[in-house]
Design a protein around this ligand. Structure first.
Ligand SMILES: Nc1nc2c(ncn2[C@@H]2O[C@H](COP(=O)(O)OP(=O)(O)OP(=O)(O)O)[C@@H](O)[C@H]2O)c(=O)[nH]1
Ligand SMILES: [Zn+2]
Length: 359
């Protein structure tokens, strides 16, 4: 491996300032490229350091958010050749969190400091606009820039491909969209050319869509197992076979963490707002500030739904994702109550709408 510097690994100037202001300049800086239980592989300019947490960090941690995750920048000391102790975690620019909410609604970080999300869907079977919008919301709420990659284009004919793409462009605007075949290599250069030095790209998407194949094609190496069966079944084995953060020799950093499939929508309002711009715009014209966009009185959203200006699939998906987001902020009891009432209300809106149409 050629020598890497911290900037190539994604280290940003602002972290340097933090380093000096927090007396971390006597420590090494490195990026977590693999986490397995309490063991972390940290990549520094000198190479990989197998690290553990310093007792202090473990005892002062208030939640699992305080522990290092893949993608984190950490301050460490190397006490022996390639053996280190992590002293502190640098502030994170962005995070992806796990969907399952633990006790007290505690979040778990899957990966951090991501610049771009490569949302991979295969055109033949996995394709779903609703799921695309879900991943877009996740990216937007985490300030991770989304890029859509449609894989397995070799498995659909030209017409089908064109149909899907125009359908997506109609509904999802301002998001780059690439097509790819890992089999024939079509579109691979386009994917490679969007990957820039010092930027971190995480791969998002269901199992079997071709994420590992893409990594192998980009690196030109067989870094990943690609049998379509989850790499993480035998996690112990998985850990020894590859790193979750890969520094490309051509520049750029890829993260493919098996947990990415459980990624959840975090409670930042921006994610939904920028994914569903049309609804965001409509909402401004609702008569009441606390409008729930379900009952039609003075609601600009439902009236756009009635007039056909707003696609009902978009509306339904928005409401579903908004509800998912709320799960993070409500207790289980509240959640159940809300679910029941909410489900009924949405059904009613749809029923009325259907009835209206035939009048
Ligand atoms: N025809 C075709 N097959 C592909 C393409 N990309 C991947 N495959 C095949 O699809 C299967 C799954 O590919 P993977 O790369 O393992 O998918 P993945 O997204 O990494 O799956 P997980 O590791 O489970 O998340 C493999 O058999 C690949 O050979 C493609 O562009 N075209
Ligand atoms: Zn409204």
């Amino acid at each position: 491996m050629k020598h890497i510097n911290l900037e190539d690994l994604g280290f940003k100037q602002i972290l340097n300032t933090y380093k000096f202001e927090n007396q971390l300049d006597s420590f090494l800086v490195g990026r977590v490229i693999l986490q397995h239980r309490e063991r972390y592989i940290v990549l520094t300019e000198q190479g990989e350091v197998e690290s553990e947490l310093l007792g202090n960090l473990r005892y002062t941690a208030e939640s699992s958010m305080d522990f290092p995750a893949v993608g984190d920048w950490v301050a460490l000391i190397e006490y022996d050749t390639n053996k280190g102790l992590i002293h502190a975690v640098y502030p994170r620019e962005t995070i992806l969190v796990r969907q399952t909410v633990g006790r007290k609604g505690e979040k778990q970080i899957i990966a951090s400091n991501l610049d771009f999300g490569l949302i991979v869907q295969s055109l033949n079977r996995d394709f779903s606009i609703n799921r695309l919008e879900r991943y877009l919301t996740i990216c937007n709420s985490s300030s991770i820039k989304p890029i859509i990659i449609f894989s397995k284009v070799d498995l659909v004919d030209e017409n089908e491909r064109a149909k899907i793409i125009s359908q997506v462009k109609e509904r999802i605007k301002n998001t780059p969209l690439l097509t790819l075949s890992n089999l024939t290599g079509e579109g691979l250069d386009d994917v490679k050319s969007i990957i820039k030095t010092g930027k971190t790209y995480c791969l998002l998407g269901s199992s079997g869509v071709g994420k590992s194949s893409l990594i192998n094609n980009i690196t030109g190496k067989d870094l990943m197992k690609t049998n379509g069966i989850s790499n993480s079944i035998d996690r112990g084995k998985h850990v020894t076979t590859h790193r979750e953060l890969i520094v490309l020799e051509t520049g750029g950093i890829l993260i493919d963490n098996p947990g990415m499939r459980e990624v959840g929508i975090i409670d930042s309002p921006n994610g939904l707002a920028s994914t569903f711009e049309q609804i965001t715009e409509l909402k401004k014209h609702c008569k009441f500030n606390d409008c729930n966009h379900i009952s039609t009185k003075g609601c600009a959203v439902t009236s756009a739904l009635d007039s056909g200006e707003l696609d009902e699939n978009v509306y339904e998906n928005f409401m579903k994702l908004e509800r998912e987001q709320e799960h993070y902020t409500s207790t289980i009891f509240e959640k159940r109550q809300k679910d029941k009432i909410f489900g009924k209300m949405v059904k009613n809106v749809m029923k009325h709408k259907k009835k209206d149409r035939y009048q």
